[in-house]
Ligand binder design. Structure first.
Ligand code: C2E
Ligand code: CA
Ligand code: CA
Ligand code: CA
Length: 279
């Protein structure tokens, strides 16, 4: 069995080898891209459901690659995690996003900003300091920043998660649980953390066509759980008016999705807000 295993490795197909080489090259390019400003942030509006206002945005990273065009995060975030680039990448995102929101603030557009944090960053131990640095540089008040972490990143090292959540909470930053309902995290673990918002995963919201659907029942259960523990909820991936109506009816505080607005470059957001306010 061992010989066969070795054989398999040796007879690496040319295709596979070039795929690996491509990944290595892309990782090297990503290292430079972070320093040479090839990354860009798009911002997706978050709607405050009771008022219909846009109360915040989520920062979503893209890579303006010189040859390949605009790459989505699915093409390079995992790569960044594998090549020790996720911390520098996230520092860039934190710095850029907080600076942008501070600028919108100065222009009379106060927004809360959500930033995605990788589980890897959680285990390096620099997260609290990296967040403090971004806030200090931008002058953005901490309560305007929400860090989005997935259930799985919390489950990896719950003790460590609890300690960092507590520190972040004390600093005034809010934490939300991203993709809630996709994994199966331990509820007892979750409710012991100072979480502000549960972001209900798109997979649950997608099925919420009608108040009587099973997905609607699941969303109602999550809202009930959040209520009981003083958390708010956000329905992710709202694509239709019906899904928005169900989310509103079930008491979700926030909603986000293509049916409200797609992620967009910073300069388009102000225009979108003005047009929306005008009705
Ligand atoms: P996420 O944090 O769950 O972000 C939401 C993703 O769903 C975004 O994809 C967004 O464009 C997409 N989306 C929003 N509304 C809808 C909808 O109505 N329907 C559908 N089908 N999709 C919708 P995107 O920008 O491609 O990002 C994918 C993932 O990449 C994010 O999922 C997040 O996990 C990760 N990511 C994005 N930016 C960052 C970042 O700065 N740092 C890290 N560590 N991860 C990031
Ligand atoms: Ca997110
Ligand atoms: Ca996510
Ligand atoms: Ca999500």
């Amino acid at each position: 069995a061992k010989a066969a295993g070795r054989n398999r490795v040796r007879h690496f197909s040319p295709d596979l080898r070039s795929a690996v080489q491509q990944k290595m090259q892309l990782a090297a390019e990503l290292r430079d891209a972070i320093e040479s400003d090839q990354l860009v942030l798009h911002y997706q509006p978050v709607m405050h459901v009771p008022t219909g206002n846009c109360s915040g945005v989520e920062a979503l990273v893209r890579w303006q690659h010189p040859e390949r065009g605009l790459l989505p995060p699915s093409e390079f975030v995992t790569l960044a995690e594998k090549h020790d680039l996720i911390v520098p990448l996230t520092r860039w995102v934190l710095a850029t996003a907080t600076r942008q929101v501070a600028a919108w603030d100065a222009a009379g557009l106060p927004l809360v900003i959500g930033v995605n944090i990788s589980a890897h960053h959680f285990t390096t131990g620099t997260l609290v300091q990296d967040v403090a640095d971004a806030l200090a540089c931008s002058g953005l008040p901490p309560e305007r920043l929400v860090l989005e972490l997935t259930e799985t990143s919390v489950a990896e090292d719950p003790k460590r998660a609890a300690a960092q959540f507590a520190e972040l909470r004390i600093s005034g930053v809010e934490v939300s649980i991203d993709d809630f309902g996709r994994g199966f995290s331990s509820l007892s673990q979750l409710i012991s953390l100072p979480v502000g918002v549960l972001k209900i995963d798109r997979s649950l919201v997608a099925g919420a066509n009608g108040r009587a659907s099973e997905s609607a029942a699941a969303i109602a259960a999550v809202v009930g759980l959040a209520d009981a523990f003083g958390m708010r909820t956000l329905a992710e991936g709202v694509e239709t008016q019906e899904q928005l109506a169900v989310a509103a009816e079930l008491g979700c505080t926030f909603a986000q999705g293509y049916g409200i607005a797609r992620p967009m470059p910073a300069h388009d957001l102000a225009t979108w807000m003005v047009r929306r306010a005008a009705g």
